[in-house]
Design a protein around this ligand. Structure first.
Ligand SMILES: Nc1ncnc2c1ncn2[C@@H]1O[C@H](COP(=O)(O)OP(=O)(O)OP(=O)(O)O)[C@@H](O)[C@H]1O
Ligand SMILES: [Mg+2]
Length: 358
């Protein structure tokens, strides 16, 4: 039996080991790798002995350098962007490469309380013995401070603002007071925070300016070109197929290119050649959705088809991803199919398969 989803530091343990062995650049205190090697881990490279480091983030190297450099300062890192721009993904890989541990994670929601940021109590022990060190249940933040690691905070802007404020003390004083024990935990070097936030959520709980000043913000963009996005989808689908043991062939690049084209056109409101305007449906239509459409298609092809992805397999999951609002989206997608997809050379199979689903 294997874990459904391994942590990055487990999955890429051999890459991280090889990078560490070749790493001759200065490492900040407690870092497993130098900032340079962390960036190589993210972007991929070939080491002197021929070891291949696979790319995790496909995009601008400079952005990753800025993110990594920030972590080596006393400021925290905020990864901001629209949904599906690899914020969580980059955050996981950054913590795996820097601290060797991507598991210190606080998931931000409207219900996230202060204890998720600080500590909680084992109430049975608390009632029996009163507040003691043994009765204290540390939060991931608490552990990160104590061990000099990086703590991840997902969806920071969804957390209520009074709870967000707890972070200000942590980030500026680098200490966590424990009044019940008349003590505190001080952060040791290596500690930092990576938060992610969805730019669409902004305004839900706009970050206070005091908190904003403790973060350097790196905005992760949507893939700038069709080719980059095809590249991302291709490599993620290939690894998902392996992880899920899907009995199907990795689809041809041309097939992925068609799906990416459709998503980019609907998302951008124009055909890729810029000649025709298109209405956009209500859903997110991010790269993450394209990845799951192709992966779902592969699962259908592998388990119910002949193992090779066809238009039929794609259409079923594509319609589900594009049509979110049953009132408007079917019409929008139908119009796109009639005016764009139907007219393209060699796209008739996809046109017919999608029309059947609508
Ligand atoms: N530039 C990119 N390079 C590599 N993978 C990418 C890129 N953009 C998107 N992905 C892939 O998209 C998927 C979704 O990414 P992720 O969940 O990190 O998005 P997110 O920005 O956190 O979205 P959300 O705001 O919905 O939480 C991941 O599988 C990731 O590998
Ligand atoms: Mg995320």
């Amino acid at each position: 039996m294997s874990n459904l989803r391994e942590h990055a530091e487990t999955l890429f343990a051999s890459e991280l080991e090889a990078l560490a062995a070749h790493d001759d650049k200065p490492r900040p205190d407690q870092w497993k790798l130098s900032p340079w090697a962390v960036t190589d881990y993210l972007l991929g490279t070939t080491l002197a002995d021929g070891t291949v480091i696979t790319p995790k983030y496909i995009g601008d190297r400079r952005l990753m350098e800025i993110a990594v450099a920030t972590l080596a300062t006393d400021r925290a890192l905020l990864l901001l962007g629209v949904p599906g721009t690899a914020k969580s993904w980059v955050s996981e890989h950054l913590t795996a490469a820097v601290s060797g541990d991507s598991t210190l994670l606080i998931q931000g929601t409207a219900g996230t309380g202060e204890e998720a940021m600080r500590y909680n109590w084992n109430y049975a022990m608390l009632l029996a013995k009163g507040p003691t060190e043994e009765a204290l249940v540390p939060s991931p933040m608490f552990n990160a401070m104590k061990d000099g690691k990086i703590c991840r905070v997902e969806e920071l802007t969804r957390i209520p603002s009074d709870v967000q404020d707890t972070l200000i003390t942590i980030l500026s004083e680098k200490t966590l007071p424990i009044p019940e024990l008349s003590s505190e935990t001080q952060a040791v070097s290596g500690f930092n925070v990576i938060a992610t936030a969805n730019s669409r959520d902004r305004g839900v709980n706009e970050l206070s300016s005091a908190l904003q000043r403790r973060f350097n913000t790196v905005v992760l963009p949507l893939p700038s070109t069709l080719d980059t996005e095809v590249d991302i989808v291709q490599s993620r689908v290939a690894s998902m197929k392996q992880a899920l043991s899907l009995p199907a062939e990795v689809p041809a690049l041309e097939e992925i290119r068609r799906v990416v084209t459709i998503f980019r056109e609907l998302r951008g409101g124009a055909t890729v050649d810029g000649k025709a305007k298109i209405k956009s449906p209500s859903g997110t239509l991010s790269t993450a959705e394209v990845i799951s459409v192709v992966t779902n298609g592969l699962s259908l092809a592998g388990h119910f088809g002949n193992g090779s992805l066809n238009a039929h397999d794609l259409a079923s999951s594509m319609v589900g991803a594009i049509v979110k609002d049953p009132a408007n989206d079917p019409g929008v997608f139908r119009e796109y199919l009639e005016t764009v997809v139907k007219e393209r050379d060699g796209w008739k199979d996809l046109y017919r398969a999608c029309r059947e689903q609508l």
